[in-house]
Design a binder for this molecule. Structure first.
Ligand code: COA
Ligand code: AMP
Length: 630
């Protein structure tokens, strides 16, 4: 069945459509109903179903006689290590690690925070939590102590799993000082920490709260615990508009069904084939398409600890595709911009026999047409942009290769995927005609895998996503649908930016900068960047009493944001202004500033209090251009 028929079936008869897809999995109790509504009035999937995600991702394939198939290829150019783990090996390691966690008192519903680099133990830990019905929360390794602390405080885990270090190209990033600082920042007591010693940075453990991974991984093997389909599998924190990240809750059943189906329908993958998502397990793409979806579908996944460039060079991705015979490669556009910058004529692509590679999928930010065209001309394969969010767990719009390859339109994330109905709304929540830009909203009910709530904060969930447009989920993205039904995502309409495929909050950076004693007020906006897509830029107004050299202040603010958010913030510019452009009611005109900075058309807002403030921003940017040189 092609795209249109499948889409119509999911829309017109979601009950039958999703119950059929549920048959892709093993259930202890097969769901009889697909869709129901919970006490908060939120749609829930397969509420009467009972399953275990780890069983479906691991044990099931061993039971089916495919234990000798490789489940995970670990490839780490930064350490020189490679390891191929079969489904049988994975099962024994996951069962023993789950036993180790159980021995520490971790059980159903308990939280386990995982702050780890891209090593097999991290994937094993995620699956071990799933095996027990415990809820994991993975924190990206590029976040600083304060970010880890806020997540620890919110998730209140029994156990924190970590390693002695991450490795950034050739730089060792020691984790334990970050972990120790984060533990000191949270008021929670009694969190036990398990440390994986890495040979690149071994540390003598003296803290009595810390124990060794060697013990954890040698627990008595445990079986899978049956959980309700609506029980949470994980909480993944993502940036919102304030300093407090949102804990996106993912359930077990809907997630497993949607992901298993997406492997075939969206990516055209079958059991035994090799899929590589070149992301990090700290992000949703890593959760869904490094770990869960490929394993649920019985594929082989690649866990790559390295960069697209410099590890060792711009041929890194092509080498991995060749070595593991990857059929579909999924990465962020920024990664290919980095490769293109180093190897504009793609000479390294030609170095490898890549017959195995059938398609490339991109997400995390809009696939800019120059990168699309470059990739198409280099690879001569379908290059597919698809749009999704941490909140949905899988693609909202895309080009479903497994159903049918639709014509590719540069700049578009293609069509809504089966299960999603998308409208473009005006400020009042009324659907706009084709071609007009507005707020991109998803009609409810949301399909399986989408978040049912935010961890411990139903009120924020309601306010962030549901209240503004009744009957819809508000995505926070702006865009339009063209005459052919293709969706064009034009960027966020809130204080969220995407830096090198990493989702960050400018609102949070503003809160941090506003805490500097010299700063009276500030605005942080995302500005276009040729490599990273967007980078944050700060504009600050100093207190009257302060006399500080602006370069000195800029250096202090850069260091402050780096120490609080982490190096991934890429906050490298803070300009001092005499005033910020505001409305008469005192609201900073961030969107107008964004348009000016990006060189997009804009009109002087009717409500502006002091038009000269905008002139000043333009003047600052003019000086900035001179400072940056040609
Ligand atoms: N642990 C510790 N530090 C990290 C880190 C991690 N996991 N990830 C990034 N950092 C650090 C980097 O070392 C760098 O530090 P520096 O300022 O001291 O140099 C800083 O954070 C910024 O990192 P990044 O923005 O990633 O820049 P980069 O130059 O190292 O790499 C890219 C640029 C484009 C190659 C890289 O960002 C990339 O591959 N992005 C794709 C991201 C992705 O897959 N996203 C998921 C969506 S699909
Ligand atoms: P994250 O939750 O980290 O996956 O980030 C989600 C946000 O990234 C979306 O709301 C979009 O703003 C942006 N995004 C992700 N994929 C795309 C895409 N293919 N096109 C445009 N924007 C995208």
């Amino acid at each position: 069945m092609g795209y249109s028929d499948t889409y119509a079936q999911a829309r017109d008869n979601p009950e039958e459509f999703w119950l059929q897809r549920a048959q892709l999995l093993d259930w202890y109790q097969t769901p009889e109903r697909a869709l129901s509504v919970d006490d908060n009035g939120m749609e829930r999937w397969f509420a009467d179903g009972v399953l275990n995600t780890c069983h479906n991702a691991v044990d099931r394939h061993v039971d089916a006689g495919r234990g000798q198939q490789v489940a995970v290829h670990y490839d780490s150019p930064v350490t020189g290590c490679r390891e191929s783990i079969t489904y049988s090996d994975l099962l024994s390691r996951v069962a023993a690690t789950a036993g180790g966690l159980a021995r520490m008192g971790v059980g159903k519903g308990d939280r386990v925070v995982i702050y780890m680099p891209m090593v097999p133990e991290a994937v094993i830990a995620m699956l071990a939590c799933a095996r027990l019905g415990a809820i994991h929360s993975v924190v990206f390794g590029g976040f600083a102590a304060a970010e880890l602390a806020v997540r620890l405080t919110d998730a209140a885990p029994k156990v924190l799993l970590t390693a002695t270090c991450g490795i950034e190209v050739s730089k060792i990033v020691p984790y334990l000082p970050i972990v120790t600082e984060a533990l000191a920042m949270t008021a929670l007591e009694g969190i036990e920490v398990v440390v994986l010693q890495r040979p690149q940075h071994s540390v003598a453990i003296e803290d009595s709260r810390f124990s060794s991974w060697a013990d954890l991984s040698q627990g008595p093997p445990v079986a899978c615990s049956p959980v309700a389909a609506t029980d949470p599998l994980y909480v993944l924190y993502t940036s919102g508009t304030t300093g407090k990240p949102k804990g996106v809750v993912r359930d077990n059943g809907g997630h497993a069904v949607a992901l298993a189906w997406s492997m075939a329908a969206v990516y055209g993958m079958a059991e035994g084939e090799v899929f590589w998502a070149a992301s990090d397990i700290g992000w949703v793409v890593g959760h869904s398409y490094i770990v869960y979806a490929p394993l649920l579908a019985g594929c082989t996944t690649v866990l790559y600890e390295g960069k697209p460039v410099k590890t060792p060079d711009a041929g890194a991705f092509w080498r991995v595709v060749r070595d593991y015979q990857v059929k579909v490669l999924f990465a962020a556009p920024t990664a290919f911009r980095a490769i293109r910058k180093e190897d504009p004529h793609a000479s390294r692509f030609a170095d490898y026999d890549l017959d195995c590679l059938k398609a490339l999928f991109l997400a995390g930010e809009r696939l800019d047409p120059p990168t699309l065209e470059w990739l198409q001309s280099v690879t001569k394969r379908p290059v597919i942009d698809h749009w999704w969010q941490t909140e949905t767990g899988w693609a909202i719009a895309g080009n479903p290769l497994g159903l049918e390859l639709l014509p590719i339109k540069p700049g578009s994330a293609s069509r809504p995927l089966p299960g999603y109905e998308i409208d473009i709304l005006d400020g009042e929540g009324k659907p706009l005609p084709r071609g007009q830009e507005g707020a991109v909203a998803i009609r409810r009910p949301l399909p399986p895998a989408c978040l049912p709530t935010l961890w411990g904060d139903q009120k924020r969930f309601q306010a962030s996503y549901l209240d503004r447009f009744p009957g819809y989920y508000q995505t926070g993205d702006g865009g339009y649908i063209d005459a052919d039904g293709y969706l064009f995502i034009m960027g966020r309409t809130d204080d969220v930016i995407n830096v090198a495929g990493h989702r960050l909050s400018t609102g949070e950076m503003e809160e941090i900068i506003a805490g500097h004693p010299a700063v009276a007020e500030c605005a942080v906006i995302g500005v276009a960047d040729g490599l990273k897509g967007q980078v944050p830029m700060g504009f600050v107004v100093l207190k009257d009493t302060v006399e500080l050299d602006s370069d000195e202040l800029e250096a202090e603010l850069i260091a402050l944001v780096r120490s609080r958010v982490g190096p991934v913030a890429c906050f490298n510019r803070a300009l001092v202004a005499q005033r910020l452009p505001k409305t008469r009611s005192g609201k900073i005109l961030r969107s107008t500033m964004r348009s000016i900075v990006d060189g997009r058309p804009w009109n002087m807002p009717a409500t502006i209090e002091d038009p000269a403030a905008l002139d000043e921003i333009m003047g600052l940017l003019g000086r900035l251009d001179r400072r940056q040189g040609p």
